[in-house]
Ligand binder design. Sequence first.
Ligand code: SF4
Ligand code: SF4
Length: 500
Amino acid sequence: MTEPAALSSAAKQERLVDEEEEFLEAQPFDLLAVPVIGPLLRWRHSRTLLQIPLLAISIVMIFEGLLGPTLSPKNMATVLTWVHFRGALVVAILCAGNLFCLSCPFMLVRNFMRKWIHPRFAWPRRLRNKWIPIALFVAVLFSYELFGLWASPWLTAWVILGYFAAVLIVDGLFTHGTFCKYVCPIGQFNFVASTVSPLEVAVRDHEVCDGCATRDCIRGRREPSSPLVILQRGCELALFQPDKVGNMDCTFCLDCVHACPHDNVGILGRLPAGELMSDPHRSGIGRFSRRNDIAALALVFCFGALMNAFGMVSPVYTVENWLERTLHFQNQAGVLAILFTAVIVVEPVLLLGLAAWITRAWAGVKNSWLGVTVRYAYALSPLGFGMWLAHYGYHFFTGLYTIVPVTQNALAEIGWPILGQPQWTLVGLPKTVVEPIEFGFLLLGLAGSMLVAWRLAQDDSEKHPMRAFAPWGVLCVILFLCCAWLMTQPMDMRATMLAG
Ligand code: SF4
Ligand code: SF4
């Protein structure tokens, strides 16, 4: 795939650096320099401190899911997983960054296991891409609809248990951060979503790195007298700090922060989605324009958001019934397979294919059809994230207080009713408050996608940037209208007492 010819890559890189410098000069920010929060995060055991409560909650959820109430709105496993966890995750990514991976309870258990079990194998080279987690991500969305996971505490508990088992098996066999980088569907969701986050783990001063002899941020800090003894792990995701660009593949684990002997890694403020506006070489990743798998991940992220929301609005039942009657399907799996294929495969291929064709023909962009498609696929990430935010935010805010009665109920059930009797009437914020927030999220996503597409178009066609941009701008508006229409439809209030 060739680089766009209009601006040289050096000029583009220079422009991006200028923009970032301008942005940071205007708002210099390093989370690690903030009183209280900074020292806490720099503490060597900060991640463990964050992971322990999530592990404790996961264990409670597993027990509740297996042994607690069978009605999902009364069970902690379903309410916390499908109402609170998803909503809190996307809001945290919007406000800060990939905080779920930072606090990941699965990694706490994995690290504990690795004290005794040392993996011996390297992940096969052919699998060092995103195709497996893409398939798993689609499988999770598909299973969610097919098995009604939101309505089954028992199945939800098994999903959590299965996740722990998968982490232990994969990272028990394979070295480094294999599960996070090449398997975990939640991680991939977080990686794509956090490309629009305002914070990034990054080098403070590149000149310090230029003079750094040890490169501990990637190699790990070693015992001086015995180099085989690692005192602090380096980046397990193969991201070398001086060459790292953006949040893709970064779990915010802060290992590089603790390993750097020069205290040269911070959690820095940046232009949200700025990393999508250019195509530099990225450590551990390469160029986005050469990663068809990551572009496909960005598309599944965006169109999966549409499918996930479509699966819970009233019109989907009409479409499903029509498909059942027309194709004489006896089971729901076949109908869902057709819907998923239409929304996640056929729709993006047609829409992006057409947009890429117009860009090449009208703006004279020399790149191949696939090259243009891959390049602009990333521009849809902000809009996709806006849709996830609107959807998960809707459930999160309208079901915000449901955590109170399910906790009261769980305590009462084990004979310890210290919080009183469950107040099942507590639900969440009214729709009149939540709906404007949803549309705000969608508009933010639209603005982000348009901006990214515009910057890519400027780079691709100095003469006709508007021609290169127009098809992608129209595509963004079409997708935004689809999202807005979906959010105005009557929606299932899954896993809450308002569920139909
Ligand atoms: S981040 Fe720290 S350890 Fe890594 S190259 Fe720079 S100075 Fe060296
Ligand atoms: S060690 Fe790697 S994954 Fe962890 S915060 Fe640093 S760059 Fe991100």
